[in-house]
Design a protein around this ligand. Structure first.
Ligand code: DHK
Length: 145
């Protein structure tokens, strides 16, 4: 039986493919969902892949995952840098959370260097484009089995 795993995506990630492709790559979010679903199957995860432009949706989904899933991979988009609510939601659950980013946020503007959620997660992956998602699934596989 595959273990349920949430892959959560925050604001503007629905625009991947047409949004600054030099930074975020040419994959659409649907492409990334397909990659995650396929890799998840290999690793024994049933991937529940979601995106919202609204902070409260992400908070609700983190709580839901805490009750129903074995782990979370999250690209919180710009909420990474601002959201105490996401930090608190992650702290409120017991399952492991991996933070990920397509771009290397540390090689970009200074306001992207700080993550509000990093202190609450198990680990952080950034800079590998769509492959960051695959690396996050492997990280979760290694710590949930
Ligand atoms: C995505 C975003 O939308 C930005 O706000 C972050 C992240 C970086 C990414 O690289 O996936 O700063």
């Amino acid at each position: 039986m595959a273990s349920p795993l949430f892959v959560l995506n925050g604001p503007n990630l629905n625009a991947l493919g047409k949004r600054e492709p030099g930074i975020y790559g040419g994959h659409t979010l649907a492409d990334i969902e397909a990659l995650c679903t396929a890799e998840g199957e290999k690793l024994g995860f049933a991937v529940d892949f979601r995106q919202s432009n609204h902070e409260g949706d992400l908070v609700d989904w983190i709580h839901e995952a805490g009750d129903t899933a074995v782990g979370i991979a999250i690209n919180a988009g710009a909420y990474t840098h601002t959201s105490i609510a996401l930090h608190d939601a992650i702290r409120a659950i017991k399952i492991p959370v991996v933070e990920l980013h397509l771009s290397n946020v540390h090689a970009r503007e200074e306001f992207r260097h700080k993550s509000m959620i990093a202190p609450a997660v198990k680990g952080v992956i950034c800079g590998f484009g769509a492959h960051s998602y695959i690396l996050a699934l492997h990280a979760l596989s290694s710590i949930t089995k």
